[in-house]
Design a protein around this ligand. Structure first.
Ligand code: NAD
Ligand code: UFG
Length: 363
């Protein structure tokens, strides 16, 4: 059992991982400012855990706070330290993630993703909590020439969001103070930190109960929320951004990964860190399988038995033809691979949207 701080734990990915962490008997402190989520997510997490007979008594505390405010973070570490229950490790999901908004508000993106993370690291170091799993993103590879993309590919982000993730990766590398004795994806840390930089590909899907799922504030930008909105009648049609890409059907290819597979990947990474010498580990989390926009749409239609109307628009600025993960290193180091197929990704997304048409907002 570890005592784990989960920043951004009410969000899409964080909330799903909280369930898996509770199942593993960890004690959680969830820290979130609810800027893109609802505290109800944690109530639902507790409901799911109870139904599965997971002991949740005193296992989760939800704290409202902002990672941009160092004192907010320090209050949490101090409180647990003074109770003689120091925080052992951190899973850091708090952040902002829209490519489009990052172009419009780069100052906000650097403030939350980079300065916020720096605050967190400052306090962690002060309280000698030096185990961290960080949510990085495949976006840092930019338009990679070689598919599948391995962890050793060049880092060349093409938007402010990607720049912030790449910047944090560098900060983490420096903090780990690495020797150069090991291969690129695993380097020993002289400063005693245990860090996993996990580069997610395209997380989708929802918990099979339909109790938690992706509930962004405002208009979604991503493909799956858009498809589910059309399927449930919230939107008339899906806009497909280009069918003239250099792919078999002309639409872009992505590596969609179910959020519960992502959750098991985090557990594997955390266990690996806790059972290894200090180091920094850098891994892709994806399925290794590519799916085009059109294939995703057709699979969704089959699974949901709903017709998805669509229209073809011009390419979206900043899009890339193909991103697919090379997942061999995650398999090798974590003995982990993604198990949930595209049909289940579609079915669980549809189930969540159908039963929660307004996300957590039932008003
Ligand atoms: P999300 O928006 O659902 O969750 C992020 C959470 O962080 C939210 O609960 C939000 O309220 C909280 N938050 C935002 N700013 C905060 C702040 N200043 N202080 C405290 N809490 C704050 O997003 P998600 O999809 O769950 O993503 C989690 C992490 O994974 C993010 O860092 C994101 O960049 C990264 N990531 C996501 C994707 C994706 O496609 N979903 C892909 C790659 C990487
Ligand atoms: N797409 C459409 N119509 C839509 C939405 C998306 O055709 O309404 C297409 C896009 O053009 C793209 C594909 O669907 O070809 C996937 O688009 P998403 O917006 O769902 O995902 P991206 O691959 O653009 O980016 C996502 C996250 C990023 C993250 C990246 C890699 O939004 O934050 O995956 O992890 F960095």
């Amino acid at each position: 059992m570890s005592r784990i701080l989960v920043t951004g734990g009410c969000g899409f990915i964080g909330s799903h991982i909280c369930i898996t962490l509770l199942e593993q008997n960890h004690e959680l402190i969830v820290f979130d400012n609810f800027s893109n989520s609802s505290p109800l997510a944690i109530e639902r997490v507790l409901n799911i855990a109870k139904v599965s007979n997971v002991n949740t008594k005193n296992k989760i505390e939800l704290i409202k706070g902002d990672i941009r405010n160092l004192l907010n973070i320090e209050d949490v570490f101090r409180k647990y330290f003074e109770q003689n229950k120091p925080i052992d490790s951190v899973l850091h999901f708090a952040g902002v993630k829209s490519v489009k908004d990052s172009v419009l508000n780069p100052i906000e993106y650097w403030g939350i993703n980079v300065i916020g993370t720096h605050n967190l690291l400052t306090v962690m170091d002060k309280y000698k909590c030096r185990t961290l799993v960080f949510s990085s993103s495949a976006t840092i590879y930019g338009d990679s020439q070689k598919i599948p993309i391995s962890e050793n590919a060049d880092i060349k982000p093409v938007n402010p969001y990607g720049n912030t993730k790449a910047a944090v990766e560098k900060i983490l590398f420096d903090i780990a103070d690495c020797k150069t004795d090991l291969q690129e994806i695993q380097k020993s840390s002289r400063s005693g930190w245990r860090i996993a930089r996990l580069r997610y590909f395209n997380p989708v899907g929802a918990h099979h109960t339909g109790l938690i799922g992706e509930s962004p504030n405002g208009t979604p930008n991503n493909l799956f929320p858009m498809i589910t909105n059309v399927a449930t009648g919230k939107r008339d049609c899906l806009e497909i951004f280009g069918n003239d890409w250099p792919t078999p059907d002309g639409t872009c290819i992505r590596d969609y990964i179910h959020v519960m597979d992502l959750a098991s990947g985090h557990i594997a990474a955390l266990n690996f860190l806790l059972n290894s010498s200090p180091q920094i580990l850098t891994l892709n989390l994806g399925t290794g399988r590519g799916t085009s926009v059109m294939q995703a749409l057709r699979t969704f239609e089959k699974v949901s038995k709903q017709k998805i109307n669509f229209e073809i628009l011009n390419r979206r600025s900043g899009d890339i033809a193909i991103t697919v993960a090379d997942v061999s290193m995650a398999e090798k180091y974590l003995n982990w691979n993604a198990k949930i197929d595209l049909k289940d990704m579609c079915a669980s997304s549809f189930n969540w949207q159908k039963t929660n048409p307004n996300g957590y907002d039932n008003t």
